[in-house]
Write a protein that binds this ligand. Structure first.
Ligand code: PBG
Length: 325
């Protein structure tokens, strides 16, 4: 006699619905968006099919559509002309810069949409690094903190709700928290890129922003992908420094890290389903080798199953449409 038949709980769609352990909703999704100068301008990103760099007017429309689909948060990135980049990323804290104007426009048009903004020097740096590069090519930690703090306050002033430091400098969460509080932005949330790995999965994103390092790589600040315990050390530090939400990045190859962090923190956890992960699904799907939509939904659920509360994903709009069906 066979007593245990796990298949009983899989016999119909209704029982599967009843025993389902994890759920994905539009409330879980954060949509990354790229902004450029100009008017009525939209430039495709070849390595990210379906993703666009948008001028502020079109960005605002896109955000309104995402809001109507039920998405509560967007994460903005500026794509700047090389001529505006310099060694110290000074454009990053120009209160009238492209990024700050974009934040203000989005906030005005769609006040309830949460705006998350990336904090790191690379989109503004002539060196293409997240920190200040010294004469002997060292990435200078403490000199960078000052710039990150100015950038964060400038973004908060423009209307950013969530500051997302993606630079991996030591001590930056605490340093930015102090700067925000000093400027009166004690309610501005910090979503720290807690465990951000030095990854080849960021390739298409660097195409989108033309932000690849001019020399060297990011391995002296982003984490070694062989390491797991180190993510828990970063978790403890970010908690102590006052982070409100912790992020793991990339996502797919790092579900073990998410799961580990879930058991070791009470803070909400986000995954960044990065550009290379998006590109792989799109490419295979265009070739007809996989069912792109089914793979997208399976992939997004894997983040929930691993323990994530939210997912930054270029699939946000597409997934929201499926979920709203
Ligand atoms: C900037 C930043 C990067 C990404 C998000 N913020 C690139 C990098 O660190 O080189 C990558 C996102 C993606 O690949 O989708 N520091």
């Amino acid at each position: 006699m066979m007593i245990y038949r796990p298949r009983r709980n899989r016999t119909s769609n209704s029982i599967r619905r009843l025993v389902r352990e994890n759920h994905l909703t539009t409330n879980d999704l954060i949509a990354p968006l790229f902004v450029i100068e100009g008017e009525n301008k939209s430039i495709a990103i070849d390595s990210m099919p379906g993703q666009l760099r948008l001028s502020i007017d079109l960005l605002v429309k896109e955000v309104q559509e995402l809001w109507s689909l039920g998405i509560p948060c967007v994460s903005l990135f500026p794509a700047l002309d090389d001529s505006i980049k310099d060694k110290y990323a000074t454009e990053s804290y120009n209160d009238d810069g492209l990024f700050q104007r974009a934040i203000r426009a989005v906030k005005k048009a769609c006040p309830d949409m949460l705006i998350m903004t990336d904090v790191a020097m690379d989109p503004y740096s002539s060196d293409g690094h997240d920190g200040v590069v010294s004469d002997n090519n060292e990435i200078l930690n403490d000199e960078t903190l000052e710039i990150l703090a100015k950038m964060s306050v400038s973004q908060a002033k423009a209307g950013s709700d969530i500051i997302g430091p993606s630079d991996m400098m030591d001590g930056r969460v605490g340093y930015i928290r102090d700067a925000l509080d000093d400027a009166g932005f004690y309610n501005t949330i910090i979503m720290s890129y807690t465990a951000k790995y030095a990854s080849a999965f960021y390739g298409p994103f660097r195409d989108a922003l033309d932000s690849a390092p001019k020399s060297g790589d990011k391995k002296t600040y982003q984490m070694d992908f062989s390491n797991k315990r180190e993510a828990l050390r970063e978790t403890i530090l970010d908690e102590q420094e006052g982070a409100d939400i912790l992020m793991v990045k990339p996502g797919l190859s790092y579900l073990d890290i998410i799961s580990d962090m879930r058991s070791n923190t009470t803070l909400p956890i986000a995954a960044y389903n990065v550009s290379g992960e998006y590109a792989m699904v799109k490419a295979a799907s265009e070739k007809g080798w996989i069912d792109g939509e089914a793979v997208m939904m399976e992939m997004l659920m894997s983040f929930k199953r691993a323990g994530c509360d939210m997912i930054l994903t270029y699939f946000a709009k597409e997934a929201a449409k499926v979920l709203n069906r």
